[in-house]
Write a protein that binds this ligand. Sequence first.
Ligand code: ZN
Length: 55
Amino acid sequence: MSEDNKTLCAHVEEELHVKDPQAYIQLIQPATHYCQGCGRSAAKAENVCKPQKLP
Ligand SMILES: [Zn+2]
């Protein structure tokens, strides 16, 4: 699995939001989905493990 295919959930486990905030922000803006599993928001459904569309 490449870095690009990792879910945000996996990125956060590895603390991308701490190590590389800019890269993390690019993954979540503009947020259109959120993860029902961990509550994270994301720009793409495939970036979270249990995607739900934001209203
Ligand atoms: Zn998740």
